[in-house]
Design a protein. Structure first.
Length: 119
């Protein structure tokens, strides 16, 4: 390898593609491709949208899974707070709004959500 002016080796023109060492052992090939694509996405808008879709799906297909629904809505609240740099008071209002939506959806379906929303 030729050396540059500082005496360091110049990078090789043809290098092997880098693997995502830390994650490569836990991701299958399709997930690795998705990981590479996701790595190019800036911001968290897609994650917020995906979480909203998943919460809707949970409410439709597994409405009794209150714990998971609450975890997902709390995660959504945190993502939205991060995205829009929401103050603590605004976050409280957002949680209340999400809770109200859950009440309006869950109660008509006959789902008991009482304690889970007040936490």
């Amino acid at each position: 390898m030729p050396a540059n002016a500082e005496g360091k080796s110049a990078p090789q023109e043809k290098q092997k593609p880098r693997k995502r060492g830390f994650y490569s052992k836990v991701l299958d090939q399709a997930e690795q491709i998705d990981f590479e694509l996701a790595a190019g996405v800036e911001g968290i808008d897609d994650e917020i949208t995906l979480l909203r879709v998943k919460i809707k799906s949970l409410l439709e297909h597994d409405p009794e899974n209150i714990r998971l629904i609450m975890q997902a809505t709390n995660a959504l609240a945190k993502l939205v707070k991060t995205r829009y740099n929401i103050t603590r008071e605004q976050k409280k209002g957002l949680k209340e709004a999400i809770g109200n939506v859950l009440k309006e959806v869950a109660l008509p379906l006959g789902i008991g959500i009482g304690q889970a929303i007040t936490k």
